[in-house]
Write a new protein. Structure first.
Length: 280
């Protein structure tokens, strides 16, 4: 029920794929490997290392594990991972520029394992970062967890966005509306779209959106800004940045809806789901 007691407005989307136990097993393998790739990169994220170096490490990791990096050549994207630094919101392209002390970095990895996609991203800190950057990372991770906690059969995609936006706004941060989570499985980007903000901006009905059902698989990947939510795309056609150049952060998990909630496929096997990570 909504705050006003009116009926929920969620709709069933017959085009959304519902997967069985075999698919969930395949997604566990793909999700775990993608999470292991992010774990592998932890000791390399330090001042002086280029994001191009991180990209090469991720590519070699995929090859060594008989997987393939889904972003590589996807719609013309030139690299194996996305590396988004400081005010870059998402889809940052790895390059030769070295990381600097104080940077914050999102690394987004999607690996194809036997035809199934494991998609996840995580924040990293480079050296000593400012307190406001640490706080943004903490808020963004908590926003992700609150979105995941809203996933259950009979709920809606709108519940996810409402949980995320309500928390982020309460922490005086903004939610990027230009990008969203997405269905996943044997297709990289599928239905449903997972918005990270309240669908009804009047705030009267948190239950708008697609009704969640067991067997759905999708990503939740909120992008949270310290400043305003507005973004722009750079001339490379990929890199999205905050218009006010304030910091942005993002975390992403792939989840599957179960009978009583959801399963996260992309937990870090080492427990390194958010910084600070151990020195290794």
């Amino acid at each position: 029920m909504s705050k006003t007691g009116t009926a929920r407005t969620g709709t069933v989307d017959a085009a959304v794929r519902l997967y069985g136990s075999d698919a969930f097993a395949n997604m566990r393998r793909a999700g775990r490997l993608a999470a292991e790739a992010l774990d592998m990169l932890v000791p390399y994220v330090r001042p002086g290392v280029s994001t191009e170096k991180l990209d090469k490490l991720a590519y070699q990791f995929a090859m060594d594990h008989k997987a393939y990096p889904a972003p590589l050549y996807y719609r013309g994207y030139p690299k194996s991972i996305c590396t988004s630094i400081n005010h870059v919101v998402c889809h940052g392209i790895p390059n030769s520029k070295p990381l600097r002390d104080g940077d914050i970095l999102n690394i987004d990895v999607t690996l194809i394992v036997d035809g199934w996609h494991g998609d996840t991203s995580r924040m990293y800190t480079v050296g000593a970062v400012r307190r406001k950057a640490e706080r943004l990372i903490d808020v963004t991770y908590e926003a992700l967890l609150r979105g995941i906690a809203a996933v259950k059969p009979g709920g809606t995609t709108g519940d996810i966005g409402t949980a995320i936006e309500t928390y982020a706004r309460g922490e005086r941060c903004s939610v990027v509306e230009d990008f969203c989570g997405h269905g996943l499985g044997q297709v990289f980007h599928d239905r449903p779209n997972i918005l990270h903000y309240r669908i009804n901006t009047a705030g009267e009905d948190a239950g708008a959106g697609v009704v969640l059902a067991p067997g759905m698989i999708f990503t939740i990947e909120p992008m949270i800004n310290l400043g305003k939510a507005f973004v722009k795309i750079l001339p490379d056609g990929w890199t999205a940045v905050t218009r006010d150049r304030e910091l942005s952060a993002q975390f992403e998990h792939t989840v599957g809806v179960t009978r009583d909630g959801c399963e996260i496929f992309t937990h870090s096997p080492k427990g390194w789901n958010k910084p600070p990570y151990p020195v290794v």
